[in-house]
Design a protein around this ligand. Structure first.
Ligand SMILES: [Zn+2]
Length: 792
């Protein structure tokens, strides 16, 4: 037989146990490297989570969306807190167009009347500016303790530490924005209109550090950078506890999320974006309360941001340049990083090393070319099967607990479910391995080489598509191949040490990313975490081989006994999967503090004096089913601001609520063109008001609230339905919004005007929610919309 095991007999068991213990310790250290530090009182010059938390409690007392009276109180509090530090905050009060390409909704171009709180801490000999950015507004239904009172409070605490310390060389600008949730409009207003953003010699000497949260716990992950980040990543690496990976930057680009950072990045500034993201069940929900916050996360946010601000504050920012993106990832005690130029060479080297390993193993008679080829094919099984099963896990849980369908990212207590997915992945890998490591067409050596081979191939594929993630395949493949080559060339206990070293490197590189990927993508995308976990399993095949107490080549009863023992790891992992799922289902129950989420809206059409309930729940919840039914359908025929989104509807009683007024203030006609000066004026307290022009009428220019819309905002994205160009204006002033449109039309033009307030409780026919039923994290939850058609 050619499957000659490197280690045999009793020493094999000892080696297996020793490696498992070592890898367990390494795994513990790797997980620890991405845990937030404990909250502490850091003295006058440091960042104290407790002091910052007192600010969170002052800010997050109630929902405070842009334009609300509550947001006015938050702003007053921030101004007085900053003045109390001896600083001179000013209010940037302006109208701004939406920031970020992704945030432009199909429902129309978004604008907002925002009031940013901007504070300059002048440097002694400034070479550029550091913008500390967080948003002061919350969503309309929740107090936003984490999102983003945490970031705002952290910046206040950083300002306190800076104001009490020696003066920095560079300017620090505290940019506490407004209207982030609505349209990133505050950040956009700052980068487009504020003198402190406009007066830099070049944009690269402006560095934005944005502080965000999309949950209530976990490490503050530096998940996004501007392009050519190498120099800044080097600075970040010296923060007290850097947690970030270049893979996150790549993943984030695929997600439909935006933060204020987008506005800074698109304006050409450089910078870093950090957020803690675990505990996402409270995100944008009424449960985003101060009491939900993990102070360790706040400490982590503040520790790193303060250190990076101080570091950048003393540098010559004009010299802080680089022309490539670094690859970086956390390891115990440091942030590993290398220049982007090394991505392709390392990926290539990994493949070469695996090929050399395969060649050497064949030459030594430990495997054959046919076995290597067979192993390469069968190794695709776990790579495909485990992620597919992990993807099916959440739909299974939804079938058991229908309320989960309304949780967009994670349930309240996802920990046991994540473990279940990892155990499920282990079950697949163990079962597959138990089957094929004895196969004549594969065998342990061929499987180990094939596993590393697929890692190397993935490293190459990612080098071409997502360079920041290439290390996840290339480095474990390279380490594993080098370890394998050493193991084949040496004698005694050295092969075991080589296998342990290769496995340890794979654990250090892959485990933190597996751990961070689950909260990043949530249970509905658990397959992604399972995929990376399979890669870790493939890198550990030589270790798994030691766990299977069989040297290949046995026959008869011995083989039977060995085969039975070989199923032990599979059965153990399967049992763990079932147990973790059962425990998860029993601990993650809905109650008043952890309510099931429901989404409901109300729309009144004053043309016909009819009303309807609407819900965008992906699968209708029990409470919501008393209002809406049937299949989801578009509603943009009467509610163009909703865009093409499909939702369920149900008949409602018409309430006595006035629609916004649309008045024609002037009308200039020349040929087939009309210039219409309109005033759109809500007649009640609203959060937003919208205006749409009938489809087929081309709008060639538009000025809204004094802002001229850029040409790309005039384009109509959704051509179906009776309405075309439209605007969504957040926080309209009481006197209304002036809208000047140049349209290609000579005759009358139809307009649809709508406004929206928040809160359904006063509506006829509304039944209040029972204690364990809450409000879903949607920007339209509890919206009360009133619409009317005008022909002018
Ligand atoms: Zn936010």
């Amino acid at each position: 037989m050619s499957d000659v095991a490197l280690v045999r007999g009793a020493s094999r068991l000892v080696a297996a146990l020793a490696i498992v213990i070592v890898l367990g310790l390494v795994g513990f250290a790797a997980v620890w490297s991405v845990r937030p530090p404990a909250a502490r009182d850091a003295g006058a010059s440091g960042f104290s989570a407790q002091r910052a938390f007192e600010q969170v409690e002052a800010i997050a007392t109630e929902p405070h969306p842009v334009g609300s009276a509550a947001q006015g109180r938050v702003r007053d509090h921030l101004v007085s807190a900053l003045r109390g530090l001896g600083l001179s905050p000013e209010i940037q009060d302006t109208v701004s167009i939406e920031g970020g390409e992704l945030s432009s909704s199909a429902g129309g171009a978004a604008l907002a009347h925002v009031r940013n709180v901007v504070t300059l801490i002048p440097g002694s000999d400034s070479t550029g500016r550091i913008f500390l950015v967080a948003h002061t507004d919350s969503v309309q239904i929740g107090p936003g303790a984490n999102d983003d009172a945490a970031g705002t409070a952290a910046i206040l605490e950083i300002a306190r530490a800076l104001a009490g310390g020696p003066r920095l060389r560079n300017d620090v600008v505290l940019v506490l924005t407004d209207g982030e949730e609505a349209c990133l409009c505050g950040a956009k207003a700052f980068v487009d209109q504020h003198p402190l953003a406009q007066s830099l010699p070049n944009q690269r000497s402006g560095i934005a550090l944005n502080l965000e949260a999309r949950g209530s716990s976990g490490p503050a992950i530096m998940f996004e950078t501007a392009a050519d980040n190498r120099a800044l990543v080097d600075v970040y690496a010296h923060a007290p506890k850097p947690v970030g990976t270049s893979f996150a930057v790549e993943i984030y680009r695929l997600l439909p999320n935006d933060t204020d950072f987008t506005a800074f990045r698109e304006a050409g500034f450089t910078g870093l974006n950090a957020a803690y993201i675990d505990g996402a069940a409270v995100y944008h929900a009424p449960t985003d309360l101060p009491s939900a916050m993990d102070l360790d996360s706040l400490q982590h946010h503040g520790d790193n941001a303060l250190a990076v601000t101080r570091d950048l504050g003393g540098r010559d920012l004009s010299a802080l340049t680089s022309s490539d993106d670094a690859t970086y990832f956390p390891a115990p005690g440091l942030l590993v990083r290398y220049p982007g130029e090394l991505v392709w060479p390392l990926a290539g080297l990994a493949l070469v090393a695996v090929i050399v390993l395969g060649w050497l193993a064949r030459r030594q008679g430990r495997t054959t070319g046919r076995k290597l080829a067979g192993a390469s094919i069968v190794t695709l099984l776990p790579i495909i099967v485990a992620p597919v099963l992990a993807q099916l896990f959440w739909p299974l849980l939804e079938a058991i607990r229908p309320e989960y369908a309304a949780m967009p990212i994670d349930p309240y207590r996802p920990g046991w479910y994540r473990l279940a997915v990892l155990a499920l992945t282990a079950t697949v890998v163990f079962a597959w391995y138990a089957w094929f490591h004895r196969s004549r067409r594969a065998g342990p050596v061929a499987l180990a080489v094939a596993g590393l081979g697929w890692l190397a191939v993935l490293g190459l594929a990612l080098a071409g598509t997502m360079p920041g993630g290439s290390y996840l395949g290339a480095l474990p493949a390279l380490a594993g191949a080098v370890a394998g080559i050493v193991a084949l060339l040496v004698r005694g206990r050295w092969p075991v040490l080589a296998i342990a070293a290769g496995g340890a490197i794979a654990v250090i590189i892959l485990l933190p990313t597996v751990i961070m990927l689950f909260p990043a993508l949530g249970m509905p995308t658990a397959g992604a975490g399972a995929f990376l976990a399979v890669l870790l399993g493939l890198a550990l095949l030589p270790v798994i081989e030691l766990l299977h107490p069989v040297a290949a080549g046995q026959r008869g009863l011995d083989a039977l006994r060995a085969r039975r023992r070989a199923t032990a790891p599979t059965l153990a992992a399967l049992l763990a999967t079932v147990l973790c799922t059962a425990v998860g289902l029993s601990v993650d129950r809905f109650d008043a503090e952890h309510p099931a989420l429901t989404q409901l809206m109300y729309a009144l059409d004053t043309d016909s004096n009819t009303a309807q309930w609407l819900s965008d729940e992906p699968s209708v919840q029990k409470w919501t089913s008393q209002y809406v039914s049937g299949d989801p359908h578009t509603v943009n025929a009467t509610l163009p601001a909703f865009g093409p989104e499909k939702m369920r509807t149900g008949q409602a009683q018409a309430a006595s609520v006035p629609a916004p007024n649309l008045t024609l203030e002037s009308d200039t006609r020349s040929g087939d063109r009309r210039v219409l000066k309109l005033r759109l004026q809500p007649r009640r307290q609203v959060r937003l008001t919208t205006l749409h022009v009938e489809s087929g009428v081309t709008v060639t220019a538009a000025t809204v609230g004094g802002r001229e819309l850029p040409a790309d905002k005039l384009e109509v994205k959704e051509k179906d339905g009776p309405w075309g160009f439209g605007i969504v204006f957040h926080a309209p002033p009481a006197e209304g919004v002036e809208v000047t449109l140049t349209v290609k039309a000579s005759g009358p033009v139809k307009f649809r005007a709508m406004d929206g307030s928040d809160g359904l409780t006063a509506l006829p026919g509304f039944q209040s929610r029972p204690a364990a039923v809450g409000i879903a994290a949607s920007h339209t939850s509890e919206l009360l919309a009133v619409a009317k058609t005008y022909t002018l």
